[in-house]
Design a protein around this ligand. Structure first.
Ligand SMILES: Cc1ncc(COP(=O)(O)O)c(C=O)c1O
Length: 389
């Protein structure tokens, strides 16, 4: 009989140094908020991963370690099964975290003063990492289309005429609004970027969590232009709730880009995983299908709950229904509040820790990002707290 996982179980994370709980006081000035911010989930990491880690921990020596032979094959099998992508072993490298991977690629493929294009509202390290590396960040804001966000290709063409633009960072699927980009959109993006010799860094950390009937399309699969002009980053960290183990990978089909990037990683030993990263990744990608299916069903239930709740109790807050992952973008613009008033409403009045939309850049004003990767009961308490503040 298939094992049923319990996503309703409430697990206290206080005192584990979890950012989500234990950094609340520092970040929000109040340790007692309901934490719906940092993008990890409050569900137990599945047993097939903890069992694999525990089995290795029984051996008392944690010395220098080579990759288990099943590590890369497990990634290749997973990408084929989940995303119909045939990835060759030599295209892959371990990467010590996706944000770090983006930073590494920026250092290898651009120079100080060069321009990096991002499409806000978007995951804020896309701005912070290039800026921290003294690159100029250029915005090509998304447009709100008929029922979801769209890329502005007319504006992108204009922006990329500037030869100092070297890199575009793509969030695929897109955080914070949970957009699953279509293959047509990705192919158009690939053509424009290739024409202007702008390298695409495709962050696909949320790829495994497409919801409802949506399907994730890996950027590099849409055309030759995409495959030949991109670095893709993936990870089991969001999907299986193992961000703290720091296991991610890059995929580079183009020989020239790969040689340049991977020889630099190898020179600095940045392609060498830690023991637990490889063990957790192999276990996740070997045994994770059923757990993932149950997780996605639970997340869809959480989204339905939040949608229905706001519709009935506070219709001025509109839920932008995510097509992927566990982050819900709340459109609060009808409340007609300033940024500070909106943050005050959620944090001070309701006692909730959410990410405010402004941190994701232009277009985020008037929005809040709510992490619904938590037991339904917690979500219910959070929604009640906003309505009955
Ligand atoms: C789009 C996106 N990229 C990257 C990350 C973080 O990845 P890592 O922890 O591997 O740096 C997150 C986490 O929220 C994310 O949403």
């Amino acid at each position: 009989m298939e094992k049923i996982y319990d996503f309703d179980q409430i697990i206290d994370r206080h005192g584990t140094n979890a950012l989500k709980t234990d950094a609340l006081a520092k970040r929000y000035g109040n340790a007692d908020l309901i934490p719906l911010w940092v993008a990890d989930m409050d569900f137990a990491t599945p047993d097939f991963i903890t069992d694999a880690l525990l089995a290795r921990m029984k051996h008392p020596i944690f010395g220098y370690t080579q990759n288990p032979p099943g590590f890369y094959p497990s990634i290749i099998r997973w990408l084929k099964e989940q995303h119909q992508w045939d990835v060759k072993k030599e295209w892959l490298s371990y990467i010590p975290g996706i944000v770090k991977g983006i930073g590494l690629a920026i250092n290898v493929f651009s120079n100080e003063g060069d321009k990096v294009v991002i499409q806000p509202p978007v995951y804020h390290p896309f701005r912070l990492v290039p800026q921290g590396n003294k690159r100029q960040v250029v915005y090509n804001p998304l447009k709100i289309g008929r029922d979801h966000y769209e890329m502005d290709f007319v504006q992108l063409e204009e922006i990329l005429k500037d030869e100092r633009c070297k890199i575009l960072i793509l969030s695929n699927p897109h955080n914070p609004a949970g957009v699953v980009w279509s293959s047509e959109t990705l192919a158009t993006l690939a053509d424009i970027c290739a024409r202007h010799s702008v390298l695409v860094l495709s962050d696909e950390i949320h790829a495994d969590m497409a919801l409802y009937d949506n399907r994730h399309t890996p950027f590099a699969t849409v055309s030759d232009n995409a495959a030949n002009n991109s670095i893709t980053f993936g990870a089991p960290s969001k999907t299986f709730n193992i961000a703290g183990l720091v296991s991610s990978f890059s995929i580079v089909p183009n020989d020239v880009i790969r040689l340049r990037f991977y020889s630099w990683l190898a020179a600095n030993e940045l392609n060498e995983p830690t023991i637990f990263a490889t063990i957790a990744t192999e276990a996740a990608y070997t045994h994770g299908r059923k757990w993932l299916k149950q997780l996605l069903t639970y997340l869809e239930g959480n989204i339905a709950f939040v949608e229905q709740y706001f519709k009935q109790n506070l219709p001025k807050i509109k839920v932008v229904k995510p097509q992927a992952s566990f982050l819900v973008w709340l459109d609060c613009r009808e409340l007609d509040l300033s940024h500070n008033e909106l943050v005050d409403l959620f944090v001070k009045k309701a006692g909730l820790a959410l990410n405010d939309g402004e941190m994701f850049g232009p277009g985020g004003e008037g929005f809040m990002r709510m992490n619904i990767g938590t037991p339904r009961n917690v979500l219910e308490r959070a929604c009640n707290a906003i309505v009955f503040r």
